[in-house]
Design a protein around this ligand. Structure first.
Ligand SMILES: C[S@@+](CC[C@H](N)C(=O)[O-])C[C@H]1O[C@@H](n2cnc3c(N)ncnc32)[C@H](O)[C@@H]1O
Length: 211
């Protein structure tokens, strides 16, 4: 495991307290979006990137899903996710790896959930990882943060979360779409949801085509 990545030093309770803070409001919105897109596509083989504590996993249809693979760099997040969902989701495999350097191939997913991960991992590296772990026609749902002029990490009183500011970068929308296309992912939809602090989340629906 990479001990240098600041995500390895943030307790899950801190991260979740930050995301649930009334000024941030991201935990609730991400949970809602996870449910919305899982319901829309009702996938069989699901890949989650950067899952922290498994926010939204309760929306997985365990009757339909054949395999669910969830990735995070922080092993303690995965341990907690396992405690929360290991019993309920029998198809669940948790993999601790760095998406930015990993050549792991753990699933041929037909649905990928990638919420707030492109901010912390190079776009090309993310797509390399996704390419190795998806089937043709896979749906890829990417959520990125749009700051709309507001500072990147909100003040919630959670000190530890500030360390990820050193690796946070705002995702360039044009670069995201250009890189997606170069890896064979076509955009079929986009929605924007505003947060209490003036930031918004942009959610792209992409489909993997043969190239
Ligand atoms: C902002 S959170 C993602 C939000 C999460 N999907 C949710 O709904 O709350 C970023 C997550 O990605 C993980 N992460 C960051 N960099 C990573 C990397 N290089 N490889 C794998 N996981 C990473 C972090 O540990 C963290 O759990």
């Amino acid at each position: 495991m990479d001990n240098i990545n600041p995500w390895n030093n943030i307790p899950l309770a801190d991260y979740e307290r930050h995301m649930e803070h009334q000024d941030v409001g991201q935990a609730k919105l991400l949970n809602h979006l996870t449910g919305k897109y899982l319901t829309k596509y009702n996938p069989e083989n699901i890949l989650f990137l950067g899952i922290s504590g498994g926010n939204g996993f309760e929306h997985i249809d365990t009757d339909t899903a054949k395999s669910v693979c969830a990735i995070d760099i922080n092993e303690t997040y995965l341990e907690e996710t396992w405690k929360r969902f290991g019993e309920k989701i029998k198809q669940l495999t948790l993999v601790s790896t760095d998406i930015g350097s990993s050549d792991v191939s753990c699933i041929k997913a037909d649905f990928v959930w990638a919420a707030l991960i492109f901010e912390y991992v190079e776009i090309e590296k993310c797509f390399e990882f996704i390419k190795h772990n998806t089937a043709t026609n896979a749906k890829l749902i990417v959520t990125i943060q749009s700051n709309n002029g507001v500072q990147s990490v909100s003040q919630t009183g959670v000190e530890s979360i500030k360390s990820v500011a050193s690796i946070f970068k705002t995702v360039d929308k044009k670069n995201l779409q250009k890189t997606a296309l170069s890896f064979g992912f076509e955009c079929n939809g986009l929605e924007e949801n505003f947060l209490p602090n003036g930031k918004s989340l942009l959610t792209y629906e992409l489909t993997k085509k043969l190239i």
